[in-house]
Design a protein around this ligand. Structure first.
Ligand SMILES: Cc1cc2nc3c(=O)[nH]c(=O)nc-3n(C[C@H](O)[C@H](O)[C@H](O)COP(=O)(O)OP(=O)(O)OC[C@H]3O[C@@H](n4cnc5c(N)ncnc54)[C@H](O)[C@@H]3O)c2cc1C
Length: 313
C-alpha cells in the first residue's frame, strides 16, 4: 500500500490526501469508521490516472458526494475514497450552435459538475428564472449522487431533467451517456451496476417566473421541515418505497416509531427515517433495520429494501 500511497501523492499532491480519515465526518448519518486513504480529486485527468493505478493494483475504491445516502461500516473502508464534493463544483449555462441557450422547445441547457450541491444549484437556477429543478433543491446531496440514485421528491426526479451525464468507466475512459442509456429507475441507474463515476451532467430546464420558482422551493423546504426529522443526523428515507405501499406508513402502523437499538432510532416524526440520536454505530443501524424488515414482512408480507447505500461492509 505504501507504494500506492506514494503514487497517489504524486498524482493528487499531499494536500489532497488524508489517511485513516473518519468517514463519520463525511456522512450526514455521522456514522462510519476510517477510510484507509481519502482523496479530494481536482481534475478528471488525475482521477483517470488514479483509477487506472488502483484497477491494476486491485485496490478497492469508492466515490462519494455529500455522503447523504451512505451508511459506512464501523470498521471503515480498506481502500481509497474519492470525494467529488470539494472541487467538481462548477456549472455553466450552455449555448447551442445558434449561440443561444434556449432551443426550439424553449429548453435551457445547464452543464453541472458532479460535486455541486443540489441546494446551491437550485438557488443559482432560480436566480436565472429557470424552472424544473425545484423538486431537488431540498435534497442534501450532489449532482453525482443524485444521478446515481435518480434522486427525486415531490413528484419530480432527476430523470425528468437530465439530458446526459459524462462518466468515467473502470478503465479511466470518459464517455457521455444519454438519459436513456443511464437506465434511470426508482432510486437506481446504470452508474452503480457498472461502477461508473459521474463527472458532469447536462440538465434541461425551462424559463419560468422567478417568484413562482422561489415560492415552490420555499414550499418544499417548509414541508421537509414539518415532516422530516432534520434536527437529527440521518441518511434520509432509509428504505425504498415498496410497490403499492409507503415504508414509513407500514413502519408506523407496526408500532415501530421510536424503536431504538443503541444510538439508532426509528424517528418519531417520520417513521421512514432512521436517525442517529447520539453515538449510533453502523451495527446499531443494521440491527435496527433488520428487525424492522422482519417485523414488516411478518405483519404484511412486504419485503423492505434499503435505499441507503452501504459502504465498507
Ligand atoms: C435529510 C435528508 C433528506 C433526503 N431527501 C431525499 C429526497 O427527498 N429524495 C431523494 O432521492 N433522496 C433524498 N435523500 C438522500 C440523498 O440526499 C440522495 O440520495 C442524494 O442524491 C445523495 O447524494 P450524495 O452526493 O450525498 O451521495 P452520497 O451519499 O455521497 O453517495 C450515494 C451513492 O452515490 C454514489 N456516488 C456519489 N457521487 C458519485 C459520483 N460522482 N459518481 C458515481 N457515484 C457517485 C456513491 O458511491 C453512493 O453509492 C435525503 C437525505 C437526507 C439526509
Amino acid at each position: 500500500m505504501q507504494e500506492i500511497q506514494n503514487r497517489l501523492i504524486h498524482i493528487f499532491g499531499q494536500d489532497n490526501i488524508r489517511y485513516d480519515e473518519p468517514m463519520m465526518k463525511h456522512t450526514t448519518f455521522r456514522i462510519g469508521g476510517p477510510a484507509a486513504v481519502y482523496v479530494t480529486p481536482q481534475t478528471k485527468e488525475q482521477l483517470a490516472e488514479a483509477i487506472y493505478l488502483l484497477q491494476q493494483s486491485k485496490v478497492p475504491y469508492e466515490v462519494i458526494g455529500n455522503g447523504s445516502n451512505l451508511l459506512v461500516a464501523d470498521q471503515g473502508f480498506a481502500g481509497v475514497i474519492f470525494d467529488m464534493s470539494q472541487y467538481f463544483t462548477g456549472y455553466k449555462i450552455l449555448h447551442d450552435h445558434c449561440n443561444t441557450a434556449v432551443d426550439k422547445s424553449n429548453r435551457v441547457y445547464v452543464s453541472v459538475q458532479a460535486g455541486m450541491m443540489l441546494g446551491r444549484l437550485g438557488k443559482e437556477l432560480a436566480g436565472y428564472s429557470l424552472a424544473g429543478f425545484e423538486f431537488a433543491t431540498g435534497i442534501p446531496g450532489t449532482i453525482g449522487g443524485a444521478v446515481m440514485m435518480n434522486a427525486g421528491a415531490y413528484g419530480g426526479e432527476m430523470k425528468d431533467v437530465l439530458v446526459n451525464a459524462t462518466v468515467m468507466d473502470k478503465t479511466g475512459e470518459i464517455k457521455v451517456l444519454s438519459n436513456e442509456e443511464l437506465e434511470l429507475g426508482y432510486r437506481t441507474s446504470i452508474i452503480a451496476k457498472e461502477g461508473l463515476i459521474v463527472l458532469e451532467a447536462v440538465l434541461a430546464l425551462e424559463p419560468g417566473n422567478q417568484t413562482e420558482i422561489q415560492e415552490k422551493i420555499a414550499d418544499f423546504a417548509g414541508r421537509r421541515r414539518e415532516k422530516q426529522p432534520l434536527e437529527y443526523p440521518s441518511a434520509g428515507s432509509t428504505f425504498k418505497r415498496p410497490e403499492g405501499y409507503f415504508a414509513g406508513k407500514l413502519i408506523s402502523d407496526a408500532g415501530l416509531k421510536g424503536f431504538t437499538v443503541g444510538g439508532a432510532q426509528v424517528s418519531e416524526k417520520h417513521a421512514g427515517f432512521v436517525i442517529n440520536i447520539g453515538g449510533a454505530t453502523a451495527a446499531d443501524v443494521i440491527a435496527l433495520t433488520d428487525q424492522v424488515c422482519d417485523k414488516i414482512y411478518e405483519l404484511n408480507g412486504v419485503t423492505l429494501e434499503l435505499e441507503v447505500r452501504k459502504l465498507g461492509f
